[in-house]
Write a protein that binds this ligand. Structure first.
Ligand SMILES: Nc1ncnc2c1ncn2[C@@H]1O[C@H](COP(=O)(O)OP(=O)(O)OP(=O)(O)O)[C@@H](O)[C@H]1O
Ligand SMILES: [Mg+2]
Length: 346
């Protein structure tokens, strides 16, 4: 499915070695191949996103890159060290935030950080400095003495991020840092990660299944699905790789088998995705023209539109284009249960 789209390159910086280089990496669990020969590289200072649905292989990729599980075949080089041959050197250079929250609930914020710093043999005087610094950068300084169990979900995530940074790593791996957070806390975490990137010159590899998060935060994104890399590029490159630059989202008051075909037949339309009963995303190279034609078409047939909007192509469209599926099926379900009054309205 990768034809035509941006594909994995070997880093775009000829001179500086990549912070992370993964070559044809494979992970098998018994007979099941969870990661099927993925290659990409991450330049120093980059925020690189692994975007994919549940079970795509994101955590498996992170676990291999962070030496937590062995690589079945292929190679991963992190901070210049092979993860299989020199795991200790890799571990010293990286910080890791696993998918599950792992800070100790019964300890204070400071104690959680201190244990980690000791684990990484950060010398005592530097420990104090590092803890103060990371607490400042995640905006938890005044919660230093608080017990971890009293923190909100967003604050706990921030504590985990602080903990991952307390030994001053060069490369930071974050597995779904915002899953389960409310929208406000999610945005706060994004802003924090952006600041960290600027102030600490960190290289970050972030996994997520939130499109808008990847779009806003990442310099480049690799879309993974069923253990395979299906597209790789900057958010802009990925969106440009999908035919059609606008998306007209339309809802017809009445569902009909005919809509799909009629929408596809409109000039400038490059792709039509069915969202739910009567709801379609129409990719087009001319948003305003398609909107006019769509309204005229509905009027001439005596059909009513419930809603109509024009947007730019999103990473959602990129994902559907390369995988043929919606990333978040719960989104579709939520449209299905919207109450509809008989007779409709327009
Ligand atoms: N220890 C294991 N043994 C067997 N299969 C596993 C193991 N860990 C993961 N898998 C399988 O490998 C595939 C990839 O899982 P992985 O956790 O890497 O996905 P993911 O992209 O991180 O998903 P999520 O968004 O749900 O976290 C899944 O089908 C999963 O069931
Ligand atoms: Mg995962």
């Amino acid at each position: 499915m990768s034809g035509g789209g941006p594909t994995a390159g070997n880093g775009r910086n000829g001179a500086t070695p990549a912070a992370i280089a993964v070559e044809k990496i494979v992970k098998k669990y018994g007979a099941f191949e969870a990661v099927k020969g993925v290659s990409f590289s991450v330049a120093e200072g980059e925020i690189f996103g692994l975007l994919g649905p549940n079970g795509a292989g994101k955590s498996t990729l992170i676990r291999m890159m962070t030496t937590l599980i062995p690589v079945t075949s292929g190679r991963a080089v992190v901070a210049g060290h092979d993860v299989m041959k020199d795991a200790d050197a890799v571990r010293r250079a990286i910080g890791v935030i696993p998918q599950a929250l792992t800070s100790d609930q019964d300890l204070t914020v400071e104690e959680n950080l201190s244990i980690y710093a000791k684990l990484y043999s950060v010398p005592r005087e530097q420990r104090e400095r590092n803890i103060a610094e990371v607490l400042e950068s995640v905006d938890l300084a005044k919660w230093r003495k608080a017990e971890t169990k009293t923190l909100s979900g967003g604050m706990r995530r921030r504590l985990e991020i602080a903990r991952g940074l307390v030994h001053d790593p060069r490369i930071f791996f974050l597995d779904e840092p915002t899953t389960g957070l409310d929208p406000v806390s999610r945005i706060a975490v994004w802003e924090m990660l952006n600041n960290l990137k600027k102030t600490r010159n960190l290289t970050m590899l972030v996994t997520t299944h939130y499109m808008e998060e990847a779009d806003r935060l990442c310099d480049r994104i690799a879309i993974v699905d069923h253990g395979t890399l299906v597209a790789l590029g900057t958010p802009v490159e990925l969106k440009q790789s999908v035919p059609g630059s606008n998306v007209v989202e339309v809802q017809f008051a009445r569902e009909s088998d005919a809509w799909m075909e009629r929408l596809r037949a409109l000039p400038d339309v490059t792709e039509v995705q069915s969202q739910s009963a009567g709801v379609y995303r129409v990719l087009t190279s001319n948003g305003s023209q398609t909107t006019t034609q769509l309204v005229e078409m509905a009027a001439s047939m005596g059909e009513q539109l419930t809603s109509l909007s024009v947007q730019n192509t999103s990473l959602d469209d990129v994902f559907v284009h390369y995988t043929g599926r919606q990333l978040r099926d719960e989104q579709v379900k939520s449209v299905f249960i919207m109450p509809q009054r008989p007779g409709g309205n327009a």
